[in-house]
Design a protein around this ligand. Structure first.
Ligand code: HEC
Ligand code: HEC
Length: 246
């Protein structure tokens, strides 16, 4: 048996040190956002979710900055498992490792949360408007106000209820449509039958969102999406006490 020389030990130690940055890379959420995962199919997140993580509203790419860590990790697991179908995100989620998902979820959650300017005193929603649905709901049809679960001004609550404020109208609409699917339309003398499309998002605990989405009209979906998309970001830092449920 040969004992390593001090020079040999030094060389081995140096090679271990060289490996350290590689290890850090794979688990560093910030690097993952900018450069993508170890598998090249895990494209850099910033390409679509923006350099600041605030998404690209016009393209329908959602904001990830400030979303709850557990919510982000859950969505990536849902895309992987096919409980949430999407041709763009499914292959990306499938090519991220568990460690990469944990790291990127943590890094996005650490970015600033969306904050909303408080409503002006005396501002009242108009019955039937998007604001009315968001703040009052339609209890006669068992639809609670969105802010009951998504927090005052839709800034999100805890790790299960994501913010709606700060998301684009296109994205909000697309999610409601994904939960709802489309009903079959029977053929008439003039038109062909349209087959039902089952919901493509089936990941909501207890079907909370599927029930709500199914009972909203097309016009209501558009109105409530426009309301949350239009809330506008407050330049002030997020202050939990301002958004406590009352
Ligand atoms: C090529 C564009 C593209 C890239 C690159 C991309 N995404 Fe996405 N991402 C999307 C789209 C589009 C959606 C909306 C999918 C839907 O409608 O269900 C989305 C949705 C998501 C969601 C769900 C957000 C929510 O509010 O529920 C998460 C989480 C997410 N992406 C994480 C990532 C991460 C992490 C990366 C980088 C490893 C990444 N994405 C890279 C396009 C992209
Ligand atoms: C009873 C509680 C509850 C109510 C009321 C509620 N939601 Fe949700 N909503 C949820 C939960 C839970 C999720 C997260 C589901 C998941 O894990 O993917 C969610 C997610 C969403 C998402 C997806 C956000 C994202 O980032 O992908 C949208 C859009 C949404 N809700 C819109 C609405 C609207 C609009 C209303 C009011 C008409 C509403 N919600 C009312 C519980 C609720």
């Amino acid at each position: 048996m040969r004992y390593p020389t001090p020079k040999g030990i030094a060389a081995r130690f140096a090679s271990i040190l060289l490996l350290v940055p590689l290890y850090v890379h794979a688990n560093d959420g910030e690097t993952l956002m900018q450069k993508g995962g170890a598998n090249p199919a895990a494209l850099p997140c910033i390409t679509c979710h923006g350099a600041d993580g605030k998404g690209m509203a016009a393209a329908g790419f959602p904001r990830l900055a400030g979303l709850p860590e557990a919510y982000i990790a859950k969505q990536l697991a849902d895309f992987r498992a096919g409980r949430r179908e999407n041709p763009v995100m499914q292959p990306i989620a499938q090519s991220l490792s568990d460690e990469e998902i944990a790291a990127v979820a943590k890094a996005y959650a650490a970015r600033p949360k969306v904050n909303v300017k408080p409503a002006a005193a005396g501002e009242r929603p108009q019955p039937g408007s998007g604001a009315w649905l968001a703040l009052r709901g339609a209890w006669e049809r068992n639809i609670p106000e969105c802010t009951l679960c998504h927090g005052p001004s839709g800034v999100g609550v805890g790790s299960a209820f994501p913010p709606l404020a700060g998301q684009g109208a296109e994205y909000i609409e697309a999610q409601l449509q994904a939960w709802r699917g489309t009903r079959a339309v029977p053929a008439t003398k003039k038109t062909k039958a349209v087959a039902a499309v089952p919901p493509t998002r089936r990941n909501d605990p207890n079907g909370l969102m599927q029930h709500i989405a199914a009972d909203l009209s097309e016009a209501e979906i558009k109105a409530v999406a426009a309301y949350f998309a239009g809330l506008g970001e407050s330049p002030e830092a997020f202050d939990e006490s301002q958004h406590r449920l009352r």
